[in-house]
Each structure stands twice: as C-alpha cells, then as structure tokens.
Write a protein of this length. Structure first.
Length: 103
C-alpha cells in the first residue's frame, strides 16, 4: 500500500489475522457507504483532522485527490470541524495541504 505510515505498515505486517480482519471491516464499511467515494474520503479527512490523527492524512488526501477532489475541497474538509474542535486543526491543515501539493 502506497502512502501509508510506517506504523500502519508494521501493524499490517505483524498483526496477522487481526490486520486482515481490520482491513476487511474498513473495506466493507466503505463499500456499504451511501456516500460516493470522493465524498467518503473527504469525510474521512474531516474525522482524521478532528481527532488529530495527522498520520493518516497523507494516504486519504492523495486518495481524495485521485478521486477528483480539489485542493479547496480538501481544505474545507479539514476545516469543517473548526467550530467544534477549534484551532487544533491548523496542524492537520498544514499536513493535508502538503500531501495534496506533492506530486
């Protein structure tokens, strides 16, 4: 898997059946979503940003970009939680836009 963190790669490498079960759950949840794939990725970016899990942003921002998300859509997805979680989103904004701007 490209663009995943070292920690996630290690989890998948070492967790055996647990890692497989986790990925099956993730894939099943995404496939059963009523959201189109781009919107699903943008929503995922919002959640990652809100919980300050910047390590997953690179993968999901690039996925959203590949699905046609604009830089402004990614920025808006990061900032959607601003009224609830506050200024802590600035770190996520920096990480998300850096990932988007990479080739």
């Amino acid at each position: 898997m490209a663009n995943v963190t070292n920690g996630f790669s290690k989890f998948m490498e070492e967790a055996g059946e647990t890692g497989k079960a986790y990925m099956n759950m993730v894939m099943q949840q995404a496939q059963s979503s009523a959201l189109d794939k781009k919107t699903h990725e943008l929503a995922y970016i919002s959640v990652l940003s809100a919980i300050r899990m910047n390590s997953g942003l690179d993968f999901h921002v690039k996925s959203a970009k590949d699905l046609g998300a604009s830089r402004n859509e990614v920025k808006s997805a990061v900032l959607v939680g601003l009224p609830v979680v506050g200024i802590t989103l600035t770190d996520a904004l920096e990480a998300a836009l850096k990932a988007y701007d990479e080739e």
